[in-house]
Design a protein around this ligand. Structure first.
Ligand code: NAD
Length: 384
């Protein structure tokens, strides 16, 4: 594949992971320049990672040789900056959430269509070895027809590790915007789009103690609900129970499980790119009816670990989505990390919030297709 010139917009925490992994695994992405509103930070990044140019956001947008910009700025700026990137004639890959509202997401999608440019959005973890293996197991019928699923993001929030946790508890933030995209994208990529959703929400703590960073020992005020429990019905008929919470110290709920007519698929953390799925086939329950041996009885209730069927390039990685988008640009195809799925995920988030506020079931208006799976046996989308 020919090289695609990429610019990084926003040189904060997550840009380190992107730059590291794009340089390690996706060498046809040429990191041409990095920019930040804090130009000194962009300069330090360019020196640290051997990127030829560092500049202001305006200079990056004006750079003719840059074809694709990776938007790694804070969530509240995504819509506005994505529009500016498209207006400058460049393809855009945006960190999650793609937008804060469906209207904003659609506006950006329409502009991309008008300009004949492509959009990709995080999360790209569904392209990792773990979730692609789950997709293959589902498509090959290992658990039969999916009937139900559960997805649970249970945590005590970010104030035990993040240096600036306040933003996660402001209006328009919270667990749905921060972690929802991983779970909702994984569900869409594995099982297809949501048809309707209902939810309740709560705020477990109105004030929270900060345990890390420069404000450790201080308190922060909570302006957003920090716990959502909901139920979604997918277009396929699958019913999904959901919990997304910053209020839980510890839980034994699984990250994700899919329950099918023939068994259960246990899915590793969708925030990660690696992890081994587990399968429980119905035979493990039925075999003791035919063979009453100790060995057969001991297998009842015990799932089996499945090896990952795609390259495991690490657990916490980023860049496969940018690479998929660049391939789509070069090959003239639709990206797997496509805008319709990102827009649908934004509506799942806002739909859950609306349902919790109105106490009514929210009927989804957007939809998306399951993205094509990676090819088994190839090196996936990785080039070295
Ligand atoms: N930190 C993580 O672990 C993590 C993980 C996955 C996804 N994300 C997502 O990545 C995005 C960035 O998160 P982060 O943690 O790196 O944030 P951050 O605050 O560390 O970095 C954001 C950077 O954007 C810069 N910026 C602000 N306004 C700008 C503008 N107008 N133009 C150019 N640059 C501007 C800031 O100066 C800062 O350097 C968010 O959408 C977040 O949801 C973060």
């Amino acid at each position: 594949m020919r090289k695609v010139n990429v610019g990084i917009l926003g040189c904060g925490v997550i840009s380190n992971t992107y730059i590291r992994d794009m340089k390690r695994f996706y060498t046809s992405l040429h990191l041409a320049a990095c920019a930040d509103i804090n130009v000194g930070l962009a300069k330090a990044h360019a020196e640290k990672y051997g990127i030829a140019l560092s500049c202001s956001p305006e200079e990056l947008l004006a750079m003719k040789e840059v074809e694709l910009i990776v938007n790694l700025t804070p969530p509240g700026l995504h819509g506005e900056l994505n529009r500016k990137i498209l207006e400058a004639g460049k393809h855009v890959y945006c960190e999650k959430p793609f937008a804060l509202t469906v209207e904003e997401a659609k506006e950006v999608m329409d502009l991309a269509k008008e300009k004949n440019l492509l959009i990709g959005s995080a999360p790209d973890t569904f392209l990792g070895s773990s979730l692609q293996t789950c997709r293959k197991l589902l498509d090959d019928g290992w658990i039969g027809t999916p009937l139900y699923a559960t997805a649970n993001m249970t945590s005590i929030g970010v104030e035990t590790w993040h240096p600036a946790p306040e933003n996660f508890y402001r209006k328009g933030a919270g667990p749905l915007y921060d972690m929802g995209p991983y779970y909702f994208t994984a569900l869409a990529a594995l099982l297809g789009p949501v048809e309707s959703i209902s939810a309740f929400c709560a705020t477990g703590f109105s004030e929270r103690t900060i345990y890390a960073g420069p404000h450790a020992g201080g308190q922060l005020s909570v302006e957003t609900p920090t716990h959502y429990s909901g139920v979604a019905r997918l277009l396929s008929g699958v019913i999904v129970s959901l919990n997304l919470s910053f209020d839980i110290w510890h839980s034994n709920l699984p990250n994700m499980e899919i329950y099918g007519t023939e068994g259960t698929l246990e899915i590793p953390d969708p925030n990660m790119s690696g992890g081994k799925p587990r399968i429980y086939r119905k035979e493990r329950t039925l075999d003791p009816l035919y063979d009453d041996s100790i060995e057969t009885r001991e297998k009842k209730g015990v799932s089996v670990e499945v090896p990952e069927l795609y390259p495991h390039i690490g657990d916490y990685t980023r860049g496969s989505g940018v690479f998929d988008l660049a391939c789509a640009v070069v090959e003239g195809r639709r990206p797997r990390v496509n805008a319709e799925m990102a827009c649908h995920v934004v509506e799942v988030i806002t739909g859950m919030m609306e349902s919790a506020e109105t106490k009514k079931v929210y009927e989804m208006k957007t939809s998306c297709e399951r993205p094509l799976p990676l090819t088994l046996g190839a090196d996936g989308i990785i080039t070295k």
